[in-house]
Design a binder for this molecule. Sequence first.
Ligand code: CP
Ligand code: NVA
Length: 303
Amino acid sequence: MTAVKHFLDLDRFDTKTLRDILDLAGSLKRAHADGVSKPVFAGKTLVMIFEKPSTRTRVSFQVGMQHLGGQVVVMSDAESQLGRGESIADTARVLSRYADAIMIRTDDPKKLEDLEAYATVPVINGLTNYSHPCQIMADVMTYEEHRGPIKGRVVAWSGDGNNVANSWIHAAVRFGFTLRLACPDSLKPAPEILQWAVSEGGDITVTDDAAAAVDGADLVNADTWVSMGDADADARMKLLEPFRVDQALMAGAKADALFMHCLPAHRGEEVTDEVMDGPQSVIWDEAENRLHAQKGILAWCLG
Ligand code: CP
Ligand code: NVA
């Protein structure tokens, strides 16, 4: 029996597989633009479980399945028996009898592990408190469309060492670029993921100096200071104030550096309007590429 092809975290893949997925994404993007998409997901259904809000992930997965002839079912914990305590394990067994793949967005990475353990169809990580791998596949795709290979480039992150930052760490190791993270001491990524990056030979540095991280960078990233589920908003706003990406900070990056943000953005907090709407920003291409990158992920998972 062939192994089920889950898409859980970028550290679980080798570089070639991630490259294959991006190649699939690129060819599906071109086919859609040329009007020659084939209904390769005809008869296939993706179930999406949302335990947290979403705009991009939900709509891009749904539209991606529809472009390729497939269907989706969207579930929330509140409106399903998950909200009344049915276990993820039992839910996984049931959904595997109906669907061809399951995507989950959840607070708890353990639920993703349980889905993986009990589902007999591919499971896709649509964001947990720990990581957001689909986002970073779209981000790498976007960088490379604009500037060519990301390998050997310098990517900077200014802000919270959160789930999106963790997936950037995984990507830096697997795609071979330098990652400089600027985070307040108390909001740095966990030692375990940084140790993993070191053990894999990754070129990752963590500082509390945003200007040092951005200096000479090819790409600058921001994300919200208060992620879904974070309870300490006031403390975070104070701590993260020096990490705002504004034009002065961007000026320290390379002249042709790009700016990215996974969105939703809190304009005036982690990033200014000037940067969001400025000539270095590729945030709308990045958001669009969620659609194409996820078609690549689905095509890989569904074989
Ligand atoms: N970037 C992202 O995942 O957006 P949503 O929360 O809207 O899905
Ligand atoms: N770090 C953010 C990303 C949203 C797409 C959050 O988890 O809320």
